[in-house]
Write a protein that binds this ligand. Structure first.
Ligand code: C5P
Length: 274
C-alpha cells in the first residue's frame, strides 16, 4: 500500500493577463502549498475509488473523479494495465480554489509512479498532469513556484516555509470556469521581481472581483480575514476559499477564535506554508 499526501494549494497572487483562443486564460500565478490536505492511498487490485473523510459527500454525485482519470491516463501513457484500489480521504472543501481535486490527481500520479518505478519528476508525468487540469502540474511539483501559461509552466521558488496560515471557506462551491468567464478582460500587469513574500504582497488576485460578484459570501470572508493583523489576506484561485498569512502563531490564533465565534459554520483550517 502506498500513501501520498495531497496538500492544499494556495495562489499567493494570481494575475490574469489575457484570454486565449483555446478558451483558457494566460496567467502569472504564485503557487504555494500548505502543510495539510487530503490523503490518497493506492493498494493493488482492479481500478476503484473509495472516498472517506469530512468532505466525502461533496464528491458523491461525481461520475468521474480526477483520481480515476489520472489512473486511466497513467496506464495509457506508460503502457501499464489499468488498475489500483484508491482511497481518497477528503479533508478539503470541494470546488473551493485550493486545488483539492488537482492535489488528489497529483497524489494519485505520484503513487502510481512509485508503484511502477517511474521517477516522480518524469516529464511524461508532468505532460499527463497538464492534460488532467491546469493546476495538476503545480500540485505534482508540490512546492512554491511561479506558474505561467495556463498555470502549467513552472519555475520553482524558495518560499517563506513555516509561515502560519489560516484558510477559510464560507461553504459555497464556485465554478472555476464561470469565474474565469466573468473576468473583465483588463490586463492589470505582470509580476515584479523579488522574493516570494514581496511578490505576494505586491500582487493581487484578478479573479477576486468576478468571484465576489458570483459568490458575495467572499466579501464577508475577506472582511473578517483582513480584520486583525494578517501579513496578507487574499482569495485563492477562483474562490471561494480565502487565506491569511500571519507573522506569529498568536496572531493567527486570535483571528481563528474570532472567526469561529462569529461564523461557526465556516470551514477554518489552521496550517502553515510548506
Ligand atoms: O484546467 P482546468 O480543467 O482545471 O480548468 C477549469 C476551467 O477553468 C477551464 O475549463 C477554463 O474555463 C478555466 N481556466 C481558464 N484559464 C486557466 C485555467 C482554467 O480559463 N488558465
Amino acid at each position: 500500500m502506498i500513501t501520498e499526501r495531497a496538500p492544499a494549494k494556495i495562489n499567493l497572487a494570481l494575475h490574469v493577463r489575457a484570454r486565449r483562443a483555446d478558451g483558457y486564460h494566460e496567467l502569472e500565478t504564485l503557487f504555494a502549498f500548505v502543510a495539510d490536505g487530503d490523503t490518497v492511498t493506492l493498494a493493488p487490485g482492479p481500478l476503484s475509488l473509495t472516498i472517506t473523510g469530512p468532505f466525502a459527500a461533496g464528491l458523491s454525485g461525481e461520475g468521474d473523479n480526477l483520481v480515476l482519470r489520472a489512473a486511466r491516463g497513467f496506464a495509457e501513457r506508460f503502457g501499464t494495465s489499468v488498475g489500483g484500489a484508491f482511497t481518497l480521504d477528503k479533508h478539503l472543501p470541494v470546488a473551493s480554489g485550493i486545488g483539492g481535486g488537482s492535489a488528489d490527481a497529483a497524489a494519485a500520479l505520484r503513487a502510481l509512479a512509485r508503484a511502477n518505478d517511474i521517477a516522480t519528476d518524469d516529464p511524461r508525468l508532468f505532460d499527463l498532469a497538464a492534460d488532467l487540469g491546469s493546476d495538476v502540474p503545480a500540485c505534482l511539483l508540490g512546492r512554491t513556484a511561479l506558474g505561467q501559461g495556463r498555470g502549467e509552466r513552472l519555475d520553482p521558488l524558495d518560499g517563506p516555509t513555516g509561515m502560519p496560515a489560516l484558510l477559510v471557506n464560507p461553504g459555497v462551491a464556485v465554478s472555476t470556469a464561470a469565474v474565469f468567464k466573468a473576468w473583465d478582460g483588463v490586463d492589470r500587469g505582470g509580476m515584479p521581481d523579488g522574493d516570494v513574500l514581496s511578490l505576494a504582497l505586491a500582487g493581487r488576485n484578478d479573479l477576486e472581483a468576478p468571484a465576489r460578484a458570483l459568490a458575495p459570501e467572499i466579501d464577508a470572508v475577506l472582511a473578517v480575514l483582513s480584520d486583525g493583523v494578517p501579513v496578507l489576506a487574499r482569495m485563492s484561485g477562483s474562490g471561494a476559499t480565502c487565506f491569511a498569512l500571519y507573522a506569529t502563531l498568536a496572531d493567527r490564533a486570535a483571528a481563528t477564535a474570532r472567526i469561529r465565534a462569529a461564523h461557526p459554520t465556516w470551514w477554518c483550517l489552521e496550517t502553515a506554508l510548506a
